[in-house]
Design a protein around this ligand. Structure first.
Ligand code: IPM
Ligand code: MG
Length: 368
């Protein structure tokens, strides 16, 4: 198979981790006879510095000419002026919106080797295997009006949590379909006790749920879910939630895995078929770790590349239907962890600490 992949490293540790994912993909290509044709372009804070915008047109063109996007991370303190006209984050938000990537899949897997890296008691982590389906192109992130203004009585600002029933329905369906392929339990999160948009969300969940009688549908208030995620995380199978709820809760859920650095994500405009066949046609899907640009450790060569490498595996699985190849990457990571290798932030059990490049080398070596 020959496919085009746009690699957008972005800021901070973004380029460091995507480089390792590319290396591992090259290893997959060598072993299974695939050719990856790489494209790239600036995005985020560095793009603002050099071109005045977070997502330059040239980068967008590279993306649109690709079959999938491997994204790093954007942002950093030098671009954090609240009064700035453009922000690094505008780059990723524009990509999600323009590519129609409404479903963000964030699996949380607990590797037995990393249990001691989590602050939670080991018995709570037993049996944890969940996936968050975060709505990604609507809700509080994109609703209009979204602005700031000054009145005679001071400054004001507004963000809007707005959803159409179509937007809610399609992401709920992704949740139900995924649950059907897994342990058949869907937690639909809302704040229906307070928010009108959540009352519509719950109504839709009940309606759509009637088409999935085999899936156990559990409505849970988002604040309660935040607690349950650390108290009884093993009860969750698939979680579906509004954009902002999903953003916050996926950072929380990463604690279960021992490190944010371990978590990948896939942003899709539809769920690929259940038979393992690839996504067809349309715009490219985007794959990125859930962590950010981590400016505090950028340039030190100590970032954990697993989130990016596992995102590459998700790309092979979902965009290209390459199940065996995706499995090979995931097994390679498991093997390296089992052998006791760690990046700094997960080396809580006295494992052998490696830098980003050496860790990526080990994983790609296992894949070959
Ligand atoms: C994430 C990040 C982004 C988000 C930022 C970088 C815009 O936190 O992917 O979770 O809020 O969606
Ligand atoms: Mg986030």
């Amino acid at each position: 198979m020959e496919v085009k992949i746009a690699v957008l490293g972005g800021d901070g540790i973004g380029p460091e981790v995507t480089a390792e994912a590319m290396k591992v993909l090259e290893a997959v290509g060598g072993r299974y006879g695939h050719k990856f044709v790489w494209g790239t372009g600036p995005v985020g804070g560095n793009a603002i510095d050099d071109f005045g915008e977070a997502l330059p047109k040239a980068t967008e063109d590279v993306v649109l000419a690709s079959d999938a996007v491997l994204f790093g991370a954007v942002g950093g303190p030098q671009w954090d002026d609240p009064a700035a006209k453009t922000r690094p984050e505008d780059g990723i938000l524009a990509l999600r919106k323009s590519l129609g990537l409404f479903a963000n899949l964030r699996p949380v897997k607990v590797y037995p080797e990393l249990i001691s890296a989590s602050p939670l008691r080991p018995e709570r982590l037993e049996g944890v295997d969940l996936i968050i389906v975060r709505e990604l192109t609507g809700g509080l992130y994109f609703g209009k009006p979204k602005k700031r203004w000054t009145t005679s009585r001071g400054r004001r600002a507004v963000d809007t949590l707005k959803y159409t029933e179509q937007e809610i329905e399609r992401v709920l369906r992704v949740g139900f379909e995924l649950a059907r392929r897994r342990r058949k339990r869907l937690h639909s999160l809302d704040k229906m006790n307070v928010l009108e948009s959540s009352r519509l969300w719950r109504e839709m969940a009940i309606e759509v749920g009637q088409e999935y009688p085999d899936v156990e549908l559990i409505h849970m208030l988002a604040d309660n879910a935040a607690m349950q995620l650390v108290v009884r995380p093993a009860v969750f199978d698939v979680i579906v939630a509004e954009n902002m709820f999903g953003d916050i809760l996926s950072d929380e859920a990463s604690v279960l895995a021992g490190s944010m650095g371990m978590l990948p994500s896939a942003s899709l405009s539809s769920l690929p078929p259940a038979d393992g066949k690839p996504l067809r046609g349309g715009k490219p899907a985007l794959y990125e770790p859930i962590h950010g640009s981590a400016p505090d450790i950028a340039g030190q060569g100590i970032a954990n590349p697993c989130g990016s490498i596992l995102s590459a595996a998700m790309m092979l699985r979902w965009s290209f239907g390459l199940q065996e190849e995706a499995d090979a990457i995931e097994s390679a990571i498991e093997a390296v962890l089992t052998e006791g290798y760690r990046t700094a932030e997960i080396a809580t059990d006295g494992g052998k600490t490696l830098g980003t490049v050496a860790f990526g080398d080990l994983i790609s070596g296992r894949v070959e």
